[in-house]
Every structure is written in structure tokens, then in C-alpha cells.
Write a protein that binds this ligand. Structure first.
Ligand SMILES: C[S@@+](CC[C@H](N)C(=O)[O-])C[C@H]1O[C@@H](n2cnc3c(N)ncnc32)[C@H](O)[C@@H]1O
Length: 226
């Protein structure tokens, strides 16, 4: 669960530029955690969603197809995704093109603020991104999420986590060891409990660990307290 070393922003950008569409091969362990996140995030009630680290736009396309169009009448929620990697943004733009004005993907320098107004959205999503950031950057992105969220809005996260049972403890222990030796081998991601790193003033609405093929992911839904 060590927080160091993390990939520098420049190395992360180069890694994900190279990986490109290969990121979608991670679905075998991500999909069950993302399904849990969708269950818990009440996306059908959302009207505007912002994603930090949108990758190839795969999750966004799934959401825009179903939960973000649910409701009667259909909510037709909007989506804005941001990513450090120009290659990922290019892939996401192509994947989301059919959603027209509802969905946009843009590059970010990798640090807040995003070019968005205070209180512009009701969900901030980030999946398998906070787990590769240094702790101070996790707190900075959480503060940015607080700025972007309207009252009642939610921060919705999934990421690599410490194991729970014997099997996943072994697998995630091995993952941590690899990360300590060569973070780039695991894309910079390390097993993390993210809630204590968000900073004060978050009310946790849901927190659970999902294990798929020995790989543990933490799902967290929180809202600004007070
Ligand atoms: C492990 S991938 C996850 C992608 C996607 N969210 C998913 O679940 O498939 C991490 C993504 O975060 C992006 N990223 C890394 N650091 C970032 C930062 N500081 N700001 C924005 N995006 C970042 C990477 O370029 C990459 O697309």
C-alpha cells in the first residue's frame, strides 16, 4: 500500500500514449468493479458528468448508451472527459463521436483546475486513475471535484485496492512489490484505500471491494459533507 514511487506525469503520459487502445484489455478485472460503481452511483439521476482520466472512452460510451439515457423522459445527460494522454483523448473522441454534442473529450495538463465552471456537474467519475497519482495530487483532484459538483453531487471512484481474502491478498501483495520495483510495469497503479486520501469533508455513501481473478478493486461513492 505504499504511496511511492509513482510515475511522473510525463512518464504516465508517455506510457498511456503508447498503450492506447490496449487499455481496453484490462476489462477482465475492471468490469465487475465498474458494474458495482454504476449500481451505486445513481447515474440515471445525473444530468452532467465529468470524468478525470477518461482513457479510450469505453466506460463513457457504456454510460451514455444506458444509465445516462435512462429515465422517463430520457435524461440525455451530458459528458465531459479529460485525459493527460493525447492518444487516449483521440481514441475517446472517435468512440464518442456518435453521441454528438452530448459528449466531449479533451486533453488536460494532468492537474486541476479543469476549464469548467463551479457547480457544473452532478457526478465526477474517475476509474483506475487516482491509484496512479501521488497522494497530494489525489487530494488536489478531490478538491477540484468538490468545486465542480453541485449540491447533492457525487464523486464516483474505482481503483486498484489491497486484497481481502487470502488469494487476493497474495495477488495484490505481488502487485505492490512489482509497483515498488518498476511502477511502469503496472501502468503506475498501486493498491490503495482512497477514502483517507480525499481530504476532510467527504461523506462516504458507498465503499466496497470487488475481486476479479484475484485482482481487488475498491469502489467508492462520496459526496461533499455539509
Ligand atoms: C489505467 S488508465 C484508466 C483509463 C480509464 N479510466 C479506464 O478505467 O479504463 C489511466 C488513465 O488516466 C490518465 N491519466 C494519468 N494521469 C492523469 C492525470 N494526472 N490527469 C488526467 N488523466 C490522467 C492516463 O492517460 C490514462 O488514460
Amino acid at each position: 500500500m505504499s504511496s511511492n514511487p509513482t510515475l511522473s506525469r510525463d512518464r504516465a503520459r508517455r506510457f498511456y500514449d503508447r498503450l492506447g487502445a490496449g487499455q481496453d484489455s484490462q476489462t477482465w478485472y475492471e468490469a465487475p468493479a465498474l458494474a458495482r460503481l454504476v449500481e451505486q452511483a445513481d447515474l440515471a439521476a445525473a444530468s452532467a458528468v465529468v470524468e478525470i482520466g477518461c482513457g479510450t472512452g469505453r466506460f463513457a460510451a457504456e454510460l451514455l448508451d444506458a444509465p445516462l439515457t435512462a429515465g422517463d423522459p430520457p435524461s440525455g445527460a451530458t459528458y465531459r472527459g479529460f485525459d493527460l494522454s493525447p492518444t487516449m483523448v483521440d481514441l475517446a473522441r472517435r468512440r464518442l463521436a456518435s453521441f454528438g454534442e452530448r459528449a466531449r473529450a479533451e486533453t488536460t495538463s494532468g492537474e486541476p483546475p479543469l476549464p469548467l465552471a463551479d457547480g457544473c456537474c452532478d457526478r465526477v467519475l474517475s476509474t483506475y486513475v487516482f491509484d496512479l497519482l501521488p497522494e497530494d495530487e489525489i487530494a488536489a483532484w478531490a478538491a477540484e471535484a468538490r468545486r465542480l459538483l453541485r449540491p447533492g453531487g457525487r464523486l464516483c471512484l474505482a481503483g486498484i485496492a489491497p486484497g481481502t481474502g487470502l488469494g487476493s491478498k497474495l495477488v495484490m501483495g505481488l502487485w505492490s512489490g512489482v509497483h515498488r520495483l518498476a511502477p511502469v510495469v503496472v501502468g503506475g497503479c498501486r493498491p490503495l484505500h482512497v477514502a483517507p486520501l480525499l481530504g476532510d469533508g467527504w461523506q462516504v455513501l458507498h465503499r466496497s471491494t470487488v475481486v476479479a481473478w484475484g485482482i481487488a478493486s475498491e469502489v467508492l461513492v462520496a459526496q461533499p459533507a455539509g
